[in-house]
Design a protein around this ligand. Structure first.
Ligand code: NAD
Length: 402
């Protein structure tokens, strides 16, 4: 079903976001991801009923695609996306979800999506009602892949997260993607309030509320897994990421997952843990100071070494080799899955660090894969995709139908 008027949609980039998205480009991206998963054949030891929180873009979307098209799982996805209007494109995550449902239906896969605030008590109730009514089964996998700048907690307090260092200013090279220049940036340290705000948004509080709600509703299966995504990254980004406000929030997420894990082990033989994923181009990562430059260099190195992965390759490998099956999950000494194992390889990091040292605006295109980064960034919004006619009118107002 289509409604409204057709229009030509072009990219409109504002800093690190693109405010438009292309429905056909997004659909092509989703189909491309499905093809990657299908190429590997069916996933063994697969989860059958999966809840994905943050299912419309980035890692959450790829998780959903790997679960559905690789494992044949029935999925419920939750995301917060903007629908299109008569003369206004929807957000990329909206189009991705619409495309996911079209493909899932063709493949005979059950899938349901809810669009709204996953941090709210109402959304938890809505998912529970949907699972009881439509899914009719307990979840054997719950994936927490939210990335958000703000959260309103159940008490009505609104918290904001920020990307700042803690204790001292961060001075580093950064990529100005508007001007295509390597510049020096300085980010002042976060205040106590900003540190707490980031923890409230990106820490474990909401994950715990989700798991509690699912436990109370008796919707977690025996032996279920709850997985939340984490990032650690290289030394050059530690002050802004791992040791900064976001890293602090991730430490809270880790501690919360440990607490949930103990509770679930005792009651259901279930578990909760983090998967540390590699750096990829997503809407969330493009907002982090210094990270786009690091990713551009990393992509060059990993492509040259035949180790390159995007979201879908990561999530496909997670399902096939790290999550379930004999001897799995495969954990590090702190009980986390390490999907960043290739990124953090010594040889990869040494080559990346060497390129990082000498990079400048002049050497940007040769010393990094900035061109690949730009392409990936545009693709997030459905632009620059081969085979899509961007001069043609398209219908911007597409319903989910899921
Ligand atoms: P993303 O921006 O692509 O996706 C975020 C998702 O969260 C979207 O589906 C969005 O709709 C949803 N969302 C945001 N606010 C919401 C709300 N209030 N209610 C419901 N849904 C909401 O982000 P991403 O990069 O895929 O990040 C997902 C997770 O992966 C994060 O925990 C991130 O830290 C982690 N991670 C990312 C990277 C990376 O390089 N991008 C690397 C490792 C780990």
């Amino acid at each position: 079903m289509v409604t409204g008027a057709a229009m030509i949609i072009q990219p409109r980039i504002r800093g690190f976001v693109c405010v438009t998205a292309h429905p056909e480009g997004c659909a092509a991206n989703v189909r491309e991801q499905i093809a990657v998963v299908r190429e590997g054949g069916p996933v063994a030891n697969a989860p059958k009923n999966v809840l994905i929180l943050g299912s419309s873009t980035g890692y959450g979307l790829s998780t959903r695609i790997a679960a559905a098209f690789g494992a044949g799982a029935r999925t419920i996805g939750v995301a917060f996306e903007r629908p299109g209007g008569e003369d206004k494109p929807a957000s990329a995550g909206w189009y991705n979800t619409a495309a996911f449902h079209r493909e899932a239906r063709k493949a005979g896969l059950d899938a349901w999506s809810l669009n709204g605030d996953a941090f709210s008590t109402q959304m938890k109730a809505d998912v529970i009602a949907l699972a009881k009514e439509k899914l009719g089964a307990k979840f054997d996998l719950v994936v927490y892949s939210l990335a958000s700048p703000r959260r309103t907690d159940p008490q009505g307090n609104t918290w904001r997260s920020c990307l700042k260092p803690i204790g001292q200013a961060f001075e580093a090279l950064h990529l100005d993607t508007d001007k295509h220049e390597v510049v020096n940036i300085r980010v002042e340290p976060a205040s106590e309030e900003e540190i707490l705000g980031s923890q409230k948004v990106m820490g474990g509080e909401d994950l715990d509320l989700w798991v509690q709600a699912l436990e109370e509703a008796d919707l977690l299966a025996e032996g279920a897994q709850v997985v939340a995504y984490d990032y650690i990254g290289p030394k050059c980004t530690h002050p802004i990421y791992h040791d900064g406000t976001i890293g602090n929030a991730k430490k809270h997420l880790y501690a919360t997952a440990k607490k949930i894990d103990a509770r679930l082990k005792a009651s259901l033989g279930a578990s909760a843990f983090l998967s540390v994923n590699k750096a990829v181009v997503t809407q969330a990562s493009s907002a982090i100071p210094a990270v786009p430059l690091y990713i551009s260099i990393l992509f060059k190195v990993m492509k040259e070494m035949g180790l390159h992965e995007g979201c879908i390759e990561q999530m496909d490998r997670l399902f096939r080799t790290k999550l379930r099956g004999p001897g799995l999950p495969e954990f590090d000494h702190e009980g986390r899955i390490r999907m960043d194992d290739w990124e953090m390889r010594e040889d990869v990091q040494a080559r990346t660090a060497a390129l990082w040292q000498g990079i400048s605006t002049e050497s940007l295109r040769s010393a990094s894969d900035y061109s690949g980064y730009e392409l990936e960034f545009l693709k997030l919004f459905g632009f620059g995709v081969e085979g899509v006619d961007y001069a043609a009118d398209v219908e911007p107002d597409i319903p989910y139908e899921g």
